[in-house]
Design a protein around this ligand. Structure first.
Ligand SMILES: C=C(O[C@@H]1C=C(C(=O)O)C=C[C@H]1O)C(=O)O
Length: 372
């Protein structure tokens, strides 16, 4: 099956290819002029911000979320809204880099899904740096070496969620954004791989788990070897003959591997959520989420008491996670996400009551709901 018009297609026979290309050239000229005008405008915004405050932040997560959402709402096709927003994401990233590129640290190594999340959020013009551990990403932002950090939070990768949550207990950094990434796993091989003799498959333990049924059906006899990351799996395959890796697009591209089979994850809507951490509060974008951490004494009904004000003030909770306290003072800490911004009266009313009931409450940040 092909969607390309055939030479027998009478409706297209009279189309003048030359004229169409002239039209495209003229449209490109207009797009070029408009993007340049937009970039000059963004530069002026930066100058206004600097005049008001010499330490002003050029990057505004809430404004960027609004721009992308507006583009998706205005878009009438034929390109899908997400594709159009992706193009505008890159235009904004380039405009911002004219003044000062955003510096973002992420949980590496290169080629992981966290790098993909960083690129999705900040665009290609940001300067992104891989770091080997989640607490190092936090430290890099605390030290001011990076403006933002990108860490997985609700991750299909085991253990990672807890590391991120635990890091929030010891930091004053704020959550400035979230990114949700659809996770697609591919079976990757190198140019040297003997495809009919794959006897070992590398990946992160959680990715192996997410593709277990597919592996049982297609490679029941291959040894499954868990390594530290999907990118590490891809790297190993490069130099071995009888092995394949399960990893994503970034790793395939980075190590120049071929996708022997695509989208082999057992659950088709497999996705991971990442947080953007920074050192400032983000104003409301109109569609926001808030995350907080609360410490409770371990007594009957404590959790019910903590959550009840959210229910009464019609604040919609989206996540609840509990972790043992590391400070010994309180038995448990709860991480709570809900819809809304901490500046909204409804949210403030709920928070005021929650503060009276919990031993300690810290709002980790209000931030725009992930757009792309
Ligand atoms: C232009 C601005 O600054 C930055 C660039 C943006 C853009 O190119 O649209 C949007 C938000 C900021 O990250 C602004 O705040 O409006």
């Amino acid at each position: 099956m092909t969607d390309y018009p055939s030479s027998h297609d009478t409706s297209l026979q009279d189309v003048d290819l030359g004229a169409l290309r002239d039209r495209i050239d003229s449209l490109d000229q207009q797009i070029l002029d408009l993007i340049s005008e937009r970039a000059a405008c963004a530069q002026q915004v930066a100058h206004v911000k600097l005049a008001e405050d010499p330490h002003a932040l050029f990057y505004r997560p809430e404004r960027e979320a609004q721009v992308l959402k507006r583009i998706m709402a205005l878009n009438q096709g034929p390109l899908p809204g997400e594709e159009m927003a992706r193009l505008f994401r890159e235009i904004m990233s380039a405009c911002l880099a004219l003044e000062k590129p955003v510096r973002a640290a992420y949980l590496g190594p290169e080629g992981t899904f966290t790098q993909q999340a960083a690129l999705k959020h900040f665009g290609d013009s940001a300067v992104c740096k891989p770091l080997p551990a989640i607490d190092e990403v936090f430290r890099e932002v605390e030290a001011g070496a990076a403006n933002y950090g990108v860490v997985p939070v609700e991750n299909s990768t085991e253990g990672v969620v807890n590391h991120t949550l635990d890091s929030f207990m010891d930091t004053s950094l704020r959550i400035c954004g979230e990114v949700v990434l659809r996770i697609h796993h591919h079976l990757l091989v190198g140019s040297n791989t003997r495809r009919d003799k794959v006897s070992r498959i590398y990946s992160h333990s959680q990715s192996l788990a997410q593709c277990r049924k597919w592996l049982d059906a297609h490679y029941p006899h291959a040894e499954r070897v868990a390594v530290s990351s999907n990118a590490e799996a891809a790297k190993r395959v490069k130099s071995e003959w009888h092995t394949a890796a399960i990893a994503g697009d970034m790793a395939a591209r980075l190590y120049d591997l071929e996708r022997l089979e695509e989208k082999i994850e057992d659950m088709p809507d497999n996705s991971t959520r990442f947080l953007i951490i920074g050192n400032h509060d983000v104003p409301s974008s109109g569609e926001d989420k808030t995350s907080l951490v609360a410490s409770m004494r371990n007594q009957p009904g404590a959790l019910h008491d903590l959550l009840e004000p959210f229910h009464r003030h019609h604040v919609d909770m989206t996540r609840l996670e509990s972790r043992p306290s590391r400070h010994g003072l309180w038995n448990y800490v709860f991480f709570i996400d809900f819809k809304g911004h901490q500046d909204e009266p409804r949210v403030q009313a709920a928070l005021k009551e929650v503060r009276q009931r919990a031993a300690d409450v810290r709002v980790l940040g209000s931030y725009p709901v992930g757009v792309l």
